[in-house]
Write a protein that binds this ligand. Structure first.
Ligand code: SAH
Ligand code: SF4
Length: 360
């Protein structure tokens, strides 16, 4: 089988070139073709010797995941459904804004963590995506969205907030992050690449040491009792450990705050007392809050908080000097909003069936 070059970060590609008797700078040349020009055809890599091009054609390829479907929202959001083989699919979402273009990338087919309000979690876990499948989402989307007048890719920001828990697919995620950051590949600033995690404490420490980027932590509850229920991984890494990990992360982070994501569920975590308890919880962690209106999906037991409650919740945090934004709902007409990404993942854990049986 041919080696997919999207599977290598810079160091790995250089090592692979060496194994094949090629000089390190050749690896850098090839990287620039793949990521700066978006090229997948070795014949077009005109500054490589013809003999090297022939050799690469024999043993290597540049292959992003196959796209099964594209959808376009009224607000310009674009969603691609990518085929991951054996009945699995994941989704990638492009969100254009005035001053930036953001791509929301998936890291796993399904997710094992089963958060109560998340449609990806409801499908159970199928498998980790490879480095090629993660970086391939950006490679493909760049192709589709294209460059601006200055010749830069229009996608200026990447958030790992699609399907899956990035820190439970650590190695492949970090290789893909390195390609996003490396000057020979996409060269994005660390501040423009955000990992979102439900709070896998040991992996947060590893990320800080190995590849610090902006960090978003999905909080969703002000105390362990409620968080155990909404984000079950909290039973393993409770809030006091999570807050300490956030503080450690900030010692080396490219930004001087953590973004806490908080999905507002009507009557569950959106009361005044929840906001007050939150303020106390995050007292020692420099942070911003991003409040996310809940995006419903079939069979979800929750309702979106009303806009008045959302604003009130924001005001209570702001009064405590915490910068708080309310996330705009984008692309919900094509089910591309947070937590609606479903793909067509085979439910290996049969959770959905269990739940249906429990209900009936
Ligand atoms: N697993 C990681 C990243 C993917 S989820 C994490 O949990 O952080 C990305 C974000 O979408 C998380 O903040 C998650 O809590 C939020 N989310 C999940 N389901 C949602 C829903 N139904 N409505 C709104 N946001 C949701
Ligand atoms: Fe997994 Fe994140 Fe969904 Fe929780 S919110 S189930 S961690 S994808």
């Amino acid at each position: 089988m041919k080696q997919n070059l999207l599977d290598f970060d810079v160091r790995q590609l250089t090592a692979w070139f060496a194994e094949n008797g090629e000089k390190p700078f050749r690896a850098k040349q090839v990287l620039r073709w793949i990521y700066k020009s978006g090229e997948s055809d070795f014949d077009a890599m005109s500054d490589l010797a013809v003999s090297l091009r022939e050799k690469l054609k024999q043993i290597a390829c540049v292959e992003a995941p196959k796209v099964m479907r594209e959808e376009l929202s009224d607000d310009g959001t674009r969603k691609w459904l990518l085929d991951m083989g054996t009945g699995n699919a994941v989704e990638t979402v492009y969100i254009p804004e005035e001053t930036r273009g953001t791509l929301c990338v998936s890291t796993q087919a399904g997710c094992a963590l089963d958060c109560a309000f998340c449609s990806t979690g409801k499908q159970g876990f199928n498998r980790n995506l490879s480095t090629a499948e993660i970086i391939g989402q950006l490679w493909w989307a760049n192709h589709q969205v294209g460059k601006d007048a200055d010749g830069n890719w229009q996608i200026s920001n990447v958030v790992l907030m699609g399907m899956g828990e990035p820190l439970l697919n650590f190695d492949n995620t970090v290789s893909a992050l390195r390609l996003m950051l490396d000057d020979h590949a996409y060269g994005l600033s660390r501040r423009r690449v955000t990992v979102s995690t439900s709070g896998i404490v040991p992996a947060m420490d590893r990320l800080r040491d190995e590849c610090p980027v902006a960090l978003a932590v999905s909080l969703h509850a002000p105390n362990d009792k409620l968080r155990d229920e909404l984000v079950p991984v909290n039973q393993k890494y409770p809030l006091n450990e999570l807050m300490a990990a956030c503080q450690r992360y900030l010692e080396k982070a490219p930004r001087d705050f953590i973004t806490f994501e908080y999905v507002l569920l009507d009557g569950v975590n959106d009361r005044d007392q929840d906001a007050r308890e939150l303020v106390k919880l995050v007292r020692d962690v420099p942070c911003k809050f991003n409040l996310i209106p809940f995006n419903p999906f079939p069979q979800s037991p929750y309702r979106r908080s009303n806009p008045e409650t959302v604003r009130r919740f924001r005001d209570l945090l702001m009064q405590a000097d915490i910068v708080t934004t309310i996330r705009k709902v984008r692309g919900d007409d094509i089910a591309a909003a947070c937590g609606q990404l479903a793909g067509q993942v085979q439910d290996k854990t049969k959770r959905t069936m269990q739940r249906l049986t429990e209900v009936h």
